[in-house]
Design a protein. Structure first.
Length: 310
């Protein structure tokens, strides 16, 4: 086969197009399944739902049925990648790749390749957090978020930084408020389903956690205010200045609190640790432990977990 074996061509395609996250992998499995039934070449228009807004058959049931044939029972994506941004573009890109393969294509080998990528995905290494006694708490948290941003750049569209930030804040809230029932959600879930006012709702406060605040977020904060809630935005880096500026432009500057995420978590670590070295280590370890429990319960990507190292 020109261009090398089908596995080599698939590996090059996956590297070039970033087909590594749960969304792209789900698309690859389902489109390959379409090719089994319809044959090649594929018509991308025939792979759309009636409304044209989603990939036909791209859902949890279909994806898990394919995985089950290979003895995999772990859920790849709660929605099968259906709600993943870019799934339509990924479908078209992958369909074009399959159509361009020369000669008869062994779709069993194609599926086997993607199954191995899924296995690698599930075996992904967790983030590492080093408890360096000489480093400040903010520096430790900043390093963790920086690692998430680096992974995001090569993660095929997976929003690692946002997911880590959301669940880190959630874990911090849970540890700081042991008697409070803090509701946690998967990082891909939007605020609007189920009438949620924000990523977290505690008392009369709606908390929004984001790495990239925008006009849409300010609009949701306005809705919070109209509903009698106090909106709080927790973000990172330049996001604090951006959110503050957007709030002022919307004439809501005095009604939206914007907090730096690193400081938000670090302050609690100091308080819970009673400002002692051992206390800081213990409190940060407890937050990470709760974080991992949240990921285990609400996410399908085990590589979002954090491994604490001394």
């Amino acid at each position: 086969m020109p261009g090398g074996t089908v596995e080599k061509q698939l590996a090059e395609f996956a590297r070039r197009e970033g087909f590594y996250g749960k969304g792209p992998l789900s698309v690859a499995l389902v489109v390959t399944e379409h090719a089994r039934g319809a044959g090649l070449p594929l018509d991308p228009a025939a792979l759309l739902t009636e409304g044209g807004g989603q990939v036909a058959g791209l859902g949890r049931g279909a994806v898990q049925a394919i995985l089950a044939r290979h003895g995999i029972g772990t859920v790849l994506a709660a929605e099968g990648g259906r709600t993943s941004r870019g799934s339509l573009a990924n479908m078209r890109t992958y369909a074009a790749f399959l159509n361009a393969l020369a000669g008869p294509v062994d779709l069993d080998r194609v599926e086997d390749f993607w199954i191995e990528q899924v296995r690698s995905f599930f075996a992904g290494k967790p983030f590492r957090l080093r408890l360096d006694a000489s480093a400040g708490v903010r520096a430790v948290i900043a390093e963790l978020l920086d690692e998430a941003r680096k992974r995001q750049k090569s993660g095929g569209g997976v929003q690692y930084a946002g997911a880590v930030l959301q669940h880190l804040v959630g874990a911090k809230l849970q540890c700081a408020l042991p008697g409070e029932q803090v509701q946690h959600h998967g990082s891909s879930a939007a605020d609007s389903p189920g009438g949620r006012a924000g990523d977290f709702e505690i008392g009369d406060v709606a908390i929004h956690v984001t790495t990239a605040p925008g006009d849409g977020l300010i609009g949701r904060c306005r809705e919070n205010i109209q509903a009698g809630l106090r909106p709080v935005i927790i973000t990172v880096g330049d996001g604090t200045a951006v959110a503050t500026g957007l709030a002022r432009q919307a004439e809501l500057g005095g009604r939206i609190d914007v907090l730096d995420a690193e400081q938000f978590v670090a302050t609690n670590v100091y308080e819970l640790g009673r400002f002692t070295g051992e206390g800081r280590r213990t409190s940060l370890t407890e937050i990470i432990q709760r974080y991992n429990e949240i990921v285990e319960e609400h996410e399908t990507d085990p590589s979002l977990k954090i491994e604490v190292r001394p």
